[in-house]
Write a protein that binds this ligand. Structure first.
Ligand code: F6R
Length: 249
């Protein structure tokens, strides 16, 4: 794993956006694996800015998103489809027909999971998978579990995830209780994984994920088994991981 230390969130966003921008420049028909949440907002802002400056071309890019709340339509301003449109897709020349997000409105979970796995198979290998990390170590909505789920599945969101995400909703009861998420097996197939983590409140779980045992109880720990992971984190988030790595030397 390569660790890139950023001074703060702005620096982290520029550095991580730079990695995605190089991917698109080197391979214009890249398949991007994308994430939502607060962690990638700044990097999407950079990508939009660089596109507007004429430095990036998304016309041949396609994308697959990690997850979507079950029960929300793409028009709902809390849905992850809406997030992607408003933070990135509406502002760059990507062909929206080649941007994929699970369909939160499909009530039949097995049907939607099978459909999304087919979408992933048809998209081909993800060149770079962007990930944030939850306070409980989740990636996508793969919550702490007894085993790693391979493919797309419907999850019951952990109480800590509902708590963390309620800030985006008017009240806690409005946070959907379930979501569709890409599985760990699919995430691990990406050629490269780019993890962005910011803030002291993630320092402990970041250290556990990358310096602790590989366990489905800390889903991000599975990334220790991936051969091409780049972690871009700010100093506040990296503090504990650096201590653990230095102590382990
Ligand atoms: C979002 C996603 C989640 C978030 C994670 C961190 O698509 O898959 O795993 O990356 O919950 O969220 P933030 O960045 O809001 O702290």
């Amino acid at each position: 794993m390569r660790i890139i230390e950023a001074v703060d969130y702005e620096d982290l966003s520029r550095k991580a956006a730079g990695i995605i921008a190089s991917q698109i420049t080197l391979k214009p028909a890249s398949v991007l694996g994308l994430a939502t949440g607060s962690s990638p907002v700044g990097l999407y802002r950079c990508l939009v800015e660089w596109y507007k400056n004429g430095d990036l071309d998304f016309s041949r890019v396609s994308s697959v998103n990690l997850d979507e709340y079950k029960g929300l339509s793409g028009d709902n301003d809390q849905s992850y489809r809406y997030f992607m449109n408003s933070h990135l897709f509406d502002h760059v020349n990507i062909d929206k027909a080649r941007t994929f997000v699970p369909n939160g409105l499909e009530p039949d979970s097995s049907r939607e999971c099978a459909r999304y796995d087919q979408v992933l198979a048809d998209a081909g290998q993800v060149d770079i998978q962007l990930l944030g990390m939850g306070h409980n170590g989740h990636i996508g909505f793969n919550e702490p579990e007894d085993f790693f789920e391979k493919g797309t599945h419907c999850v019951d969101l952990a109480p800590s995830t509902i708590e963390a995400n309620k800030r985006f909703f008017q009240k806690e009861e409005d946070v959907p209780r379930q979501a569709y998420t890409m599985g760990i097996g699919s995430i691990m197939q990406a050629a490269q994984v780019l993890v962005v983590v910011s803030g002291a409140e993630k320092a402990e779980i970041l250290a556990e994920a990358f310096a602790g045992p590989v366990t489905p109880r800390v889903p991000a720990s599975v990334l220790q088994l991936h051969q091409n992971v780049v972690l871009v984190a700010d100093q506040a988030a990296l503090g504990k991981l650096k201590e653990r790595m230095e102590a382990g030397k």
